[in-house]
Structure formats: structure tokens, C-alpha cells
Ligand binder design. Structure first.
Ligand code: NDP
Length: 247
């Protein structure tokens, strides 16, 4: 029970990486708050984890909704505050910039950057007051590189990495640790968020044609546990996790 006595908030807990992390943290004794927009999925996961003996709360929210995120933050403070934030909710409607899918650019910026900031804002001052806490932001390999069609998505993930590094330096004096997790391709529902039919087809056939060339959500959960379980004088600043065969 590595995280007994800790309260964790996982955004994007309704599928993929967030769901795997929530399961892992609950299995390791953490009290877990589950957030995403699809409340029915969160309730189903909560039922599963509660049946296994975990203490679970469900907070359905759109992370891009500033007022709603502030309200969640108030309820988390009333619970006693958050020790671990898994800042994971994200979306990837990629397309060539020439196609001008401006609504999707806005959506990526709102969810992947503003949503990450709103979640940090909701818990960080409480962590700083208590002089402890760990913020884990999920960026991507696209925080280090980019490729055609991924300009805006990679821009948001570069921003998450920059925010993480800055926050780590600022948070040192409050005893708060910050980790940026950078996964390569993980087998999740993420490509379903691609609205551009041709690009979605290409991504799905490239990524999903070879199962051995994909990480599983549990692989990322394991990396996060590694960062969280380090002694308090160790801050794993960033972790880049490749599928072994991804170039
Ligand atoms: P999924 O699509 O499986 O999960 C995305 C999660 O984010 C869902 O729970 C979804 O819930 C939630 N989400 C999306 N938009 C919002 C919103 N506006 N408000 C609240 N929650 C939202 O993808 P992954 O698990 O793969 O993605 C998790 C993170 O990992 C993302 O940040 C992604 O960019 C990153 N990542 C993924 C990689 C991959 O290859 N899969 C590689 C590198 C990074 P709901 O729809 O119910 O709101």
C-alpha cells in the first residue's frame, strides 16, 4: 500500500491512461477523486474500485470550464486537500494547419493547456500551505518533437512541459514536487478525438497495426508510480517512455 493516507485527483479518469492510473493508485491505498466529462464511466469505475475496498469520489467536470474547475477545487479543499494531482485529461484532434480547423485548435488549447493550468490552480495553493504535494502533468513525446499535422497538439504539449519545468522550480520552496510524463504511443481512445477523417485513418493504421509497437496505459501508470514513490528529497522532473520499437 504505497499511497495509503494520500488523496489523489485524476483528471481524464474515464478512459485510457487516467483510468489505469486511478486503478493503480486505488490498489495502492490512495483515496482517489475521479474527473472527466463522461460521468457514467466515472461512476462505473468508482463502483469497481469501491467494491475492491477503495475510497473514491466522482467529480464530473469539463477541465476547460474555468468556473467549474474552481468549484471542484473548493470541494477538494473541503475534503481536506489533494496530495497527488494526475493532470492527465487531454485531446488530440490533429490536422494539417492549411486545413484551418480553428475550432479544434481552440479545443486543444483549452483542454490541454488551460485545463492543465486550472487543475494546478485548484490544488497548488493548498499543497503549498501544507508544504507537501506532487503534481504530475501528462505531456507527450510531442512535448519534445513534432511532426506534420501535429503542430497545435505538439504546441500544447510543449507548453505543458514548459509549465511543468517552471512550476517545479517555483514549487521547490513549498515542498511540492512536479513531474512531467512524456509517453510515446499508448493504446487508448485518443485517436478517436481526431476529427480529420484521413488523418485519423492514418494514425490508427500506423499506431494500431502493430500491437507490439504500442505502450499499454498500465505502462504509464507504472512510470507515474515510480515518480510518486521516490523519497521526498527526490523529484523525478520528467520521464520519457517509448514503446521499444517506436522511432
Ligand atoms: P483517452 O482519449 O483514452 O483519454 C482522454 C481522457 O481525457 C478521457 O478520460 C477524457 O474524458 C478526458 N478529457 C478529454 N477532454 C476533456 C475535457 N474537456 N474535460 C475533462 N476531461 C476531458 O486518451 P489517453 O488516455 O491516451 O490520454 C491521456 C493523456 O495522455 C492526454 O493528455 C494525452 O494527450 C496524453 N498522451 C497520450 C498518448 C497516447 O499515445 N495515447 C501519448 C502521449 C500523451 P471525457 O471524454 O469523459 O471527458
Amino acid at each position: 500500500m504505497k499511497f495509503k493516507g494520500k488523496r489523489a485527483w485524476v483528471t481524464g479518469a474515464s478512459s485510457g491512461i487516467g483510468q489505469a492510473v486511478a486503478r493503480t493508485l486505488a490498489a495502492e491505498g490512495a483515496e482517489v477523486v475521479l474527473s472527466a466529462r463522461r460521468a457514467e464511466r466515472l461512476e462505473a469505475l468508482a463502483d469497481e474500485l469501491k467494491a475492491a475496498g477503495a475510497q473514491i469520489h466522482v467529480e464530473p467536470v469539463d477541465v476547460a470550464d474555468r468556473a467549474a474547475m474552481a468549484a471542484v477545487g473548493e470541494r477538494l479543499t473541503a475534503l481536506g486537500g489533494i496530495d497527488i494531482l494526475i493532470n492527465n485529461a487531454g485531446t488530440m484532434p490533429i490536422s494539417p494547419i492549411i486545413n484551418g480547423r480553428v475550432d479544434e485548435w481552440d479545443q486543444m488549447i483549452d483542454v490541454n493547456i488551460k485545463g492543465v493550468l486550472y487543475a494546478i490552480h485548484a490544488v497548488y495553493s493548498g499543497m503549498a500551505e501544507r508544504k507537501r504535494g506532487h503534481i504530475v502533468n501528462i505531456s507527450s513525446i510531442a512535448a519534445r518533437t513534432t511532426y506534420p499535422s501535429a503542430g497545435v497538439y505538439a504546441g500544447t504539449k510543449h507548453a505543458v512541459r514548459a509549465i511543468s519545468e517552471t512550476l517545479r522550480k517555483e514549487a521547490i520552496r513549498f515542498g511540492v514536487r512536479v513531474t512531467d510524463i512524456q509517453p510515446g504511443s499508448v493504446d487508448t481512445e485518443l485517436p478517436d478525438s481526431i476529427g480529420h477523417d484521413k488523418i485519423r485513418g492514418i494514425v490508427k493504421s500506423n499506431m494500431y497495426g502493430d500491437e507490439a509497437n504500442m505502450l499499454k496505459p498500465e505502462d504509464i501508470a507504472n512510470a507515474i508510480v515510480y515518480a510518486l514513490e521516490q523519497p521526498v528529497h527526490v523529484d523525478v522532473g520528467e520521464l520519457l517512455i517509448w514503446p521499444a520499437r517506436q522511432e
